[in-house]
Design a protein around this ligand. Structure first.
Ligand SMILES: [Zn+2]
Length: 227
C-alpha cells in the first residue's frame, strides 16, 4: 500500500513523503505543470505502487522547505468564502425585498416567504402594478335618466402574471371641454383587488350629477391609472 497524491490540474501522480505534509502547511507545487495545491486534500492509497512509480515525476522542491524560498499563495480561506457567500445572500435578499411585488406576482409560491421576510421590516407584499399590461378593451357611457349615468366596459390584464386592479379616471365633456372629472376606484367599478393573468373583467359604475351640470354632458374619456 502506497500513499500518493494527484495534481488536481494535470493529474500527475507523486509519492507523498512526510516532509510534504509538514512543510508549508502541506502545500506543494506540481513538478510537471507548476500548479500549487494542498497535498493533504488530494491523497490516494494505491494497492500496488509499481504502476504509480512508472508515471510519477519527482516532486520539485518549492518554497515549502526551509531553504528560504518565497511562500505559496494559498486559495481564499474558508472565512473569506463564507463572507463572500453571506454578502451575496444579503444582496439577493435586498433585491428580493425591493422587487417583492413583482416576484410574488411572477412566482406566487414565493409569496409566503416574502411576507415572512417583510414581517420584521414592517413592509408589505402587494399586488404588482404594471399599467402597460392593463387596457380598456371596450367602454360605454350612457345617460340612464336626466341626472343619472352609467359607465361600463371590459378591462383586460394582458400579462402572464396577476396584477393589481387599477382605478379609472372618468372625464365628462360638454361640447369638447371637460366639465366633470371623477376618480373611480377598483371596488367601485366592481373589480376585485387583483386582475388574473390574461383575463377580461367587466366593470360598471352608476352615478348622479347635479342638474346644472348633467344637462350639458355629451361625451366622456376613460383612463386607467394606479392611485
Ligand atoms: Zn500538475
Amino acid at each position: 500500500m502506497a500513499i500518493v497524491t494527484l495534481c488536481p490540474q494535470c493529474q500527475t501522480g507523486f509519492n507523498v513523503l512526510p516532509e510534504h505534509l509538514s512543510a508549508a502547511d502541506g502545500w506543494v507545487r506540481c513538478g510537471r505543470c507548476a500548479h500549487m495545491f494542498a497535498v493533504d486534500q488530494h491523497l490516494y492509497e494505491m494497492d500496488d505502487p509499481r504502476p504509480v512509480q512508472e508515471f510519477i515525476q519527482p516532486l520539485s522542491r518549492p518554497s515549502l522547505n526551509r531553504h528560504g524560498a518565497t511562500p505559496f499563495r494559498k486559495t481564499p480561506s474558508p472565512v473569506w468564502l463564507w463572507i463572500s457567500c453571506s454578502l451575496a445572500l444579503v444582496f439577493l435578499l435586498q433585491l428580493s425585498l425591493f422587487q417583492r411585488d413583482w416576484l410574488a406576482a411572477r412566482v406566487p409560491e414565493l409569496r409566503p416567504a416574502l411576507v415572512s421576510l417583510c414581517l420584521p421590516l414592517a413592509c408589505e407584499v402587494q399586488s404588482f402594478k404594471d399599467l402597460e399590461q392593463v387596457s380598456i378593451e371596450s367602454s360605454s357611457f350612457k345617460r340612464m335618466s336626466d341626472h343619472r349615468f352609467v359607465i361600463e366596459g371590459v378591462v383586460r390584464n394582458l400579462g402572464d402574471a396577476e396584477l393589481a386592479a387599477p382605478a379609472l379616471e372618468l372625464s365628462l365633456t360638454s361640447q369638447g371641454d371637460i366639465s366633470v372629472r371623477k376618480v373611480i376606484n377598483a371596488s367601485q367599478l366592481g373589480l376585485s383587488d387583483v386582475l388574473p393573468a390574461r383575463r377580461n373583467l367587466h366593470f360598471s359604475f352608476t352615478f348622479s350629477l347635479e342638474p346644472a351640470v348633467s344637462a350639458d354632458i355629451d361625451g366622456f374619456k376613460a383612463l386607467l391609472f394606479y392611485p
